[in-house]
Design a protein around this ligand. Structure first.
Ligand code: ADP
Ligand code: MG
Ligand code: ZN
Length: 480
């Protein structure tokens, strides 16, 4: 029997506001434990939460980008549960009337397939603190710095069928939020994390199987591995005549397997009720319109445009637009040199190679678009040849203050187009290597490359390559 995997995601994204959702404390990551706290976010009785307007604005921006219907009247609710990192013993969230519903995301998978995921809802909520477990014994220390950091939770319909689709969707979210500037989406700092709901069913069935949930996985690699492992576990269980129980499981990426944590709780278990201290939120038509108009061109829109306007492949356009920093460098350089194609080639080839080699992230890139543009023009106009260009590009990559024109002149790197000089050098090479010439004449044409290489070397690699080719060919065919 064939099996189909069904996955729905709940993704938590920390919003990049300076202060917390219901108080003025800093949201900055890290800091000495319990230093970003006040009576409100530390859960003291009698304190009153006040909604941070910026949080609402960022949340709405996300809702609009994900194609949701915005509930212009929405409310907060209390989700009650006890846990040592949650001093109030309830989390302020939205259950009955979240701010956004019924969205739609069109994303592209790694292998280039276009897919759609429906968004069930997005709600705002506050984050909890964290527990630092002592390595020396059975003791844990609560750190409330993260209590009250604003989150949105994006709940998808169970529309994913494998890890490739899940990753495509998550990449879409990640780059969209980065472009919108509403989250720093650093998965390693937990500012974007996914809960994976997964079930399996016989191929062709239209009923869903029983699902499990794996919470808070925060790297793409771990998500991929968790999905593959959990769908295998469920299939093996069912094939052996067992049944899947609805539960929360913890993915242990080091062990490469998941463990049962608890049977899944239902909404009823949390005794949700309307948060009495925060009035309902009313959103004006005008605010929505302003936010929609302000929305920048997003990664997926740029991708489409690069394909259309610059004739880039889908894959290349994807690479250039996934990170905002790359798209900006590309557009500013291409504008200055009026040569998007050549700019893209250098970025996709040499630049990505160097980023990889030196472990430089897109955010750390320090290339000056003006110098990069000068460089592209110099290559296009044959001022330097491609061999020299590669080494010049490395300099541009390494330093923001590098001056292309000055470097070319000071180091005398201009391409040699002087046919007389090239001919003189090529003739020397031929005259000094009669044996190799004989090989060539007897049909061993592979040695041709030797003459090109030697001639180029004697001209410090700066000669115009097509001229060298032409002249060496001519000389060899006339040499006796
Ligand atoms: P709960 O309210 O218990 O959290 P929901 O129905 O709201 O459950 O769904 C939570 C997430 O689980 C959603 O992302 C949804 O798409 C996903 N989901 C629901 N049923 C299944 C299923 N049978 N298989 C996989 N995912 C599912
Ligand atoms: Mg849920
Ligand atoms: Zn506070």
């Amino acid at each position: 029997m064939t099996w189909e995997t069904v996955i729905g995601l709940e993704v938590h994204v920390e919003l990049a506001t300076k202060s917390k959702i219901f108080c003025g404390c800093s949201t900055e990551f890290g800091g000495a434990p319990n230093t970003h706290c006040c009576p409100v976010c530390a859960g003291m009785p009698g304190t009153l939460p006040v909604l941070n307007k910026k949080v609402l604005e960022y949340a709405l921006v996300a809702g609009i980008a994900l194609g949701c219907k915005i509930n212009r009247y929405n409310k907060f609710d209390r989700k009650n549960y006890f846990y040592p990192d949650l001093p109030k013993a309830y989390q302020i969230s939205q259950l009955y009337l979240p701010f956004a519903r019924d969205g739609r995301v069109e994303y592209v998978t790694r292998s280039g397939q276009k897919k759609v995921a429906r968004i069930r809802e997005i709600h705002m909520e506050e984050d909890a603190g964290k527990l630092i477990h002592s390595p020396y014994g059975d003791v844990s220390y609560p750190d409330f710095n993260r209590c009250g950091v604003p989150l949105i939770e994006i709940v998808s319909e169970p529309d994913f069928r494998d890890s490739e689709e899940v990753l495509g969707y998550l990449m879409w979210l990640k780059s969209t939020f980065e472009y919108l500037g509403i989250s720093d989406v650093r998965m390693e700092e937990g500012s974007m994390r996914a809960d994976i709901n997964l079930s399996v069913r016989p191929g062709g069935s239209d009923r869903f199987g029983v699902r499990t949930e794996m919470k808070n996985i925060n790297s793409f690699k771990a998500i991929e591995r968790a999905i593959i492992d959990e769908s295998k576990r469920q299939i093996e269980l069912l094939e052996a005549g067992g049944r899947v129980i609805q539960e929360t499981r913890k993915w242990d990426d080091n062990k490469g397997r998941s463990f049962s944590m608890r049977t899944k709780e239902n909404a009823q278990d949390y005794r949700y009720f309307p948060e009495p201290n925060i009035p309902p939120i009313l959103i004006s038509e005008e605010l929505l319109r302003t936010l929609a108009e302000r929305q920048p061109e997003l990664a997926h829109e740029k991708r489409e445009r690069y394909i259309r306007e610059y004739g880039l492949s889908d894959y290349d356009a994807g690479l250039l637009t996934e990170k905002k920093a790359l798209a900006e460098l590309f557009e500013r350089t291409a504008d200055l040199c009026s040569d998007p194609k050549e700019t893209a080639n250098w970025m996709l080839g040499d630049m990505m190679y160097l980023m990889n080699r030196d472990s430089v992230t897109a955010e750390e890139l320090n290339i000056d678009p003006a110098q990069f543009a000068d460089f592209v023009i110099a290559v296009r106009n044959g001022i330097i040849n491609r061999t020299v260009a590669k080494s010049v590009f490395e300099k541009i990559f390494a330093s923001h203050d590098f001056n292309v024109a000055k470097y070319i002149e000071e180091n005398n790197l201009r391409q040699i187009d002087d046919a007389g000089r090239i001919r003189r050098i090529a003739s020397e090479v031929i005259a000094e290597n009669p044996k190799t010439v004989a090989q060539y004449k007897s049909g061993k044409t592979k040695v041709f490359a030797f003459f090109i290489g030697q001639t180029m070397r004697r001209l410090q690699g700066k000669a115009n390559p097509s001229l060298v080719n032409e002249i060496v060919t001519e000389l060899l065919n006339h040499a006796d």
